[in-house]
Design a protein around this ligand. Structure first.
Ligand code: ZN
Length: 325
């Protein structure tokens, strides 16, 4: 994988390739951004470019260095990932002892730490010493989707590169290229919140079930029928994980957006759930525009709050009490 194979995040890629051209890649970089947007892949491209025998601002994917790095068979590029959910002090000790040794076969040593937020304090402190005085031939790239859990002392010694979620349109395009049907591509790109990796691994049947569930929830709430059952079902954390709740909220939001579109007599080719067209039209007659917009705002706030790790049950009760008034 070279820069051009990484979808989106053009700004970050430009910064990095310019730094490579000027031979000024910082020794410590912190790659920050949501899951599945290509942080690790980008770090790996930089590691390859730093060691590539043909190119200097990208990986060529052909030379012996690029090939060996892709096969994880290059002694100067080391990936460190959590073991049983923790990055251990021993892993950092190994990194430290290697970082001061000159590269064995390549031009630069590169250490890529995935899920860097899983470093405990002692592991972080151990890393701190190299970040303070890095050897000229070593680079340390940390990747995280939760920068709030990285010690400020670590963060302040790294240059931070922020990755954005991949655009829905880009994800939709990739899925279409992979042979997904138009409707599938649209719905999947909608619910994955910019996570390309997730989009490519999503089970369509499973997603259809969730859409149905989201629709039933919305329908029951609007009709004020069986809503308590759904509320109960939703509130049980055994039933749904945080990510699933996020998906269902995202789907609820898409249904509400469609209802708004129908009520405002907008261009129906923009409808996100065309296969629910008849149901949507029926329901839109039962709701006022104000009420729908208000619900939509609350769902969007809940999605934001879920990301900030607020209490799921509280969010759900407050969201649904809106309909029960
Ligand atoms: Zn190469």
């Amino acid at each position: 994988m070279a820069f051009q194979n990484i979808l989106g995040n053009r700004r970050v890629k430009t910064i990095l390739s310019k730094a490579l051209q000027r031979n000024r890649v910082p020794h410590s970089l912190l790659f920050v951004g949501p899951e599945g947007v290509g942080k690790m892949e980008t770090a790996l491209v930089v590691a390859k470019a730093l060691n590539c025998l043909q190119k200097f601002d990208d990986s060529c994917e052909e030379c012996t260095s690029c090939v060996a790095i892709n096969k994880k068979n290059f002694p100067d590029v080391m990936e460190v990932s959590p073991q049983k959910d923790v990055i251990k002090i021993e892993q950092m000790r190994l990194l430290k002892s290697t970082a001061y040794l000159k590269p064995m076969v390549g031009k630069k040593r590169v250490f890529i730490i995935s899920d860097a937020e899983k470093m405990r304090e002692e592991a972080s402190n151990s890393l701190l010493k190299i970040l303070e005085e890095p050897p000229s031939f070593s680079h340390i790239f940390l990747c995280t989707n939760n920068p709030y859990l990285i010690l400020p002392t670590i963060k302040s010694r790294c240059q931070v590169l922020s990755f954005a979620p991949v655009f829905k349109e880009d994800i939709e395009k990739v899925l279409l290229e992979k042979g997904y049907e138009a409707e599938q591509a649209r719905v999947i790109s909608l619910v994955v919140r910019g996570n390309l990796k997730y989009a490519l691994n999503l089970d369509w049947e499973d997603l259809q079930e969730k859409r149905q569930k989201a629709w039933q929830v919305l329908f029951a709430l609007i009709k004020k029928e069986n809503a308590s059952v759904f509320l109960k079902e939703f509130s049980s954390s055994r039933f749904l994980g945080r990510q699933e709740i996020e998906q269902i909220f995202e789907l609820l939001s898409s249904f509400c957006r469609d209802i708004v579109l129908i009520k405002e007599e907008g261009d129906l080719s923009h409808i996100m759930n065309p296969d629910y067209g008849q149901d949507l039209r029926e329901v839109s007659g039962l709701l006022s525009l104000e009420h729908t917009l208000d619900f939509l705002r609350k769902i969007d706030y809940s999605l934001y709050a879920l990301q900030k790790n607020l209490n799921v049950n509280l969010l759900i009760s407050s969201l649904f009490s809106h309909f029960m008034e």
